[in-house]
Ligand binder design. Structure first.
Ligand code: PLP
Length: 450
């Protein structure tokens, strides 16, 4: 027998209830608020006002939400001697870096470009750690000359390059070893970095030898062991396994006569809510790690990126067209995979909401961009109110790995970045112009090969 109308109605109500509870949680994470008149505010600024002034597509970040995340993590870690080194790769906006610097954060960088950014934002070089599997000699030289806190080695070959840099600069350099702890994860394969087959870090069985080589060099000092397991982790179990491995290695290194270690770095990776996930609770993480590290006499370093900024950002877009084809409804918007590549690249889920809620009928649609790729989508088969061309939408949880992973593919200038903070807002980075796309290019006659 089919379900009664009453049961179906209750089920639909239940689903609606679930969806609105889900949305309420996402809104709370971001600092979004739906007013009774249907308008949507971020950090108490109406997003329509920003879209009017800055145009779309546009990234908007809520500084208040970043501060709230930092405070929650700092609170959880507080009994421990700790440092939160923000992973700049997640969002390198100078305005966001300023917010984090003012909170006393350190920074985790992976290129000299990021080094210049953190220095421009006023971070103390001592609080900067440099990770990355392919640091060039020039990058290492610039980082060492800037006096950064620690270079995290990812291979023995890199150690040779670093040793040459140290010799040339006649400087003393603090070195960490990024350990590959071989921990498998339940996340997207592209977001897994700490398994044996990954290109990252030095395998655990080579760490002791590497430590001795560093310690034997007159200009290098081994100050830390580090790991980064991967990204969007929702469970503390991998941290427990990885940190246990790190602590074993600390004991081995010390037993080998090296007594210069100062910090243990457990990387970033703290997962956030994109849909209905239970985000990783910093209190739970701290409770997991604390028994392992207290008594070791080492500071605990973390390198979160997504956790601090992911929920705090939205991408605004305008509906260009509605289209029905192949039995599907498409909403074509002016933001594409060049602006936010996560849906295409990781099949990532980002909620899409209207900037002005008019309580319209909900339809199942694909939200797609203007790029000439079938993979150019922001949301597939998603319930969305029946929007009309000219209306605006916000793509949520776009604060991490959004703008920074963007490109100018299809010759599309990069969108602006806007920061809101307690009812005030400013354009932190203007929209690129079409002229920027050809900046420095010349059509020169080709020379003959010698
Ligand atoms: C070395 C390192 N640290 C920290 C992070 C930040 O990760 P998440 O944004 O997931 O916290 C990454 C991300 O790839 C990384 O490679």
């Amino acid at each position: 027998m089919g379900e009664s109308l009453l049961t179906a109605g209750r089920r639909a109500e239940g689903q609606e209830g679930d969806a609105s509870a889900r949305q309420a949680a996402l809104f709370a994470d971001a600092g979004l608020e739906r007013r009774a008149d249907g308008s949507l505010l971020l950090g108490r600024v109406p997003l329509e006002d920003i879209a009017q002034a800055a145009g779309t597509p546009a990234y908007v970040y809520n500084a208040g939400a970043v501060r709230a995340r930092f405070a929650a993590l700092a609170h959880a870690l507080t009994p421990l001697d700790h440092r939160i080194c923000y992973a700049v790769k997640a969002n390198g906006s100078l305005a966001i870096l300023r917010v984090l610097r003012d909170l006393g954060a350190g920074a985790d960088i992976v290129s000299v470009g990021e080094l210049r950014r953190v220095l421009a934002a006023g971070f103390s070089p001592e609080k900067v750690v440099f990770s990355g599997v392919g640091k060039t000699r020039d990058e290492l030289a610039e980082a060492c000359a800037a006096g950064i806190g620690q270079i995290n080695l990812e291979s023995l070959e890199e150690l040779e390059t670093l040793a040459r840099v140290a010799q040339l600069q006649e400087a003393r350099i603090r070195v960490g070893i990024r350990v590959n702890p071989d921990v498998t994860l339940n996340t997207h394969p592209y977001l897994t970095t700490g398994t044996a087959a990954a290109k990252f870090g030095i395998p655990a069985d080579l760490v002791l030898d590497t430590a001795h080589r560093v310690a034997a060099h007159p200009r290098l000092e081994l100050t830390g062991l580090a790991m980064h397991l991967g990204s969007q982790l929702l469970d503390t179990a991998p941290y427990l396994r990885g940190a246990t491995r790190l602590v074993e290695l600390v004991l081995q290194v010390r037993a080998g006569g090296i007594s210069t270690l100062r910090a243990l770095d457990i990387g970033g990776g703290l997962g956030i809510r994109y849909k209905d996930e239970e985000p990783l609770d910093p209190e739970r993480l701290a409770a997991t790690i604390r028994p392992l590290v207290s008594g070791l006499g080492l500071a605990l370093h973390l390198e979160p990126g997504r956790y601090l900024v992911g929920s705090a950002g939205v991408l605004l877009a305008t509906v260009l067209y509605r289209k029905h084809a192949g039995g599907k409804d498409f909403v074509v918007v002016d933001a594409g995979m060049n602006d936010l590549v996560r849906p295409s690249h990781y099949n990532a889920h980002h909620e899409v909401v209207v900037l002005r809620d008019q309580r319209r009928q909900v339809q199942q649609v694909d939200v797609v961009g203007p790029i000439c790729e079938t993979g150019d989508f922001l949301a597939l088969e998603r319930p969305l109110p029946a929007v009309e061309p000219g209306e605006r939408v916000a793509i949520l949880c776009a604060g991490a790995y959004g703008f920074v992973m963007g490109s100018t593919y299809n010759a599309r200038p990069r969108p602006p970045e806007v920061v809101v903070d307690e009812a005030r807002w400013a354009i932190a980075r203007p929209r690129e112009g079409l002229e920027d796309l050809m900046h420095g290019e010349q059509v020169t006659p080709l020379a003959d090969a010698p």
